[in-house]
Ligand binder design. Structure first.
Ligand code: ATP
Length: 274
């Protein structure tokens, strides 16, 4: 991916001025409070289609809150979130997923009474057009819909390397495979943008290599990826652009080299100037 494929935030505009292409995703001056805690403070950036942007920062910096605000789990107290030029601030999570932003979780909450395949199918249902009336009469369109969901879920399991475990009880999966299943499930909405919350957390080295290959493949398939992650070697190796949060504020936004040598970032991580 060329660096130019990822835009730096510049103006806080939605980017629909004449001659300027609309970014795939943009946050403008978003703020989120929890009581007296300011979890996000005037965070702004935008990105075009495709590419991996990582969000890093010390514990409590606001990274997961950012994903929660961007995907509709929390509403922003101030500021706006745009997707393909549409203001999606405050929309419910299912609506945002339908529009094309999906996410994974640090600890995947899977349906423990279902198989691996059934869990992957859950993500696909938000695009199902079958309504209650049709379901009641088992119309042909519903069976077609079910087949489509089944095919898509199998395809997504294949993508993450879990198709051979499709029929297994989800409780049998080790952590690494649970995380991969979370990604398969989030692909079910056919997203244009996927947000990964600490995908490498708790994974063994060989699993992190697989994860890196998968994330690269998603990007090659046209997805944009925003990844919150603590594993610095992984972040540095996979990202073209890194955004650093500290106490809810964006303190750096640039290439891995920019960020690695940024005095403010070093201070945030080490607690003092080098
Ligand atoms: P970590 O790397 O440890 O996961 P993070 O950068 O993802 O941290 P957040 O989980 O977004 O940070 O938390 C940012 C701040 O907001 C923290 O001070 C946290 O305690 C607070 N916070 C987050 N969610 C809530 C909530 N639901 N209720 C109250 N405070 C919250």
């Amino acid at each position: 991916m060329a660096d130019s494929e990822v835009l730096q935030h510049n103006s806080g505009q939605t980017g629909n001025k004449a001659g300027e292409s609309i970014p795939l995703f943009e946050v403008s001056q978003i703020e989120r409070y929890f009581g007296g805690i300011q979890a996000l403070s005037r965070v702004s950036f935008k990105l075009k289609k495709k590419g991996i942007v990582s969000i890093i920062g010390p514990n409590g910096a606001g990274k997961t809150t950012f994903i929660n605000v961007a995907t509709g789990t929390y509403y922003p107290n101030k500021g706006d979130v745009y997707f393909k030029g549409q203001n999606i601030s405050g929309l419910p999570a299912y609506k945002i997923a339908q529009l094309g932003i999906s996410r994974t979780f640090q600890l995947e909450e899977l349906f423990s009474n279902m198989t691996v395949l059934e869990n992957a199918m859950v993500g696909c249902h938000t695009k199902s057009s079958t309504g209650m009336f049709q379901a009641g009469f088992r119309l042909k369109s519903m069976r077609m819909d079910e087949n489509r969901i089944l095919d898509e879920a199998l395809e997504n399991l294949k993508m993450v390397g879990l198709e051979h475990k499709a029929a297994e009880d989800v409780n049998q999966l080790p952590l690494g495979e649970r995380k991969m299943l979370g990604i398969a499930r989030s692909l079910g909405v056919r997203p244009d943008l996927i947000m990964l919350d600490e995908p490498a957390g708790g994974l063994a080295a060989h699993e992190i290599i697989k994860l890196g290959d998968l994330v690269q493949e998603l990007v090659e398939n046209g997805l944009a990826v925003i990844m919150v992650e603590h594993n610095m070697p992984f972040v540095m190796s996979i990202s073209k652009r890194i955004i650093v949060l500290n106490y809810g504020t964006k303190i750096a936004d640039g290439t891995p080299d920019d960020v690695r040598t940024d005095p403010g970032v070093i201070k945030a991580y080490l607690g003092e100037e080098d």
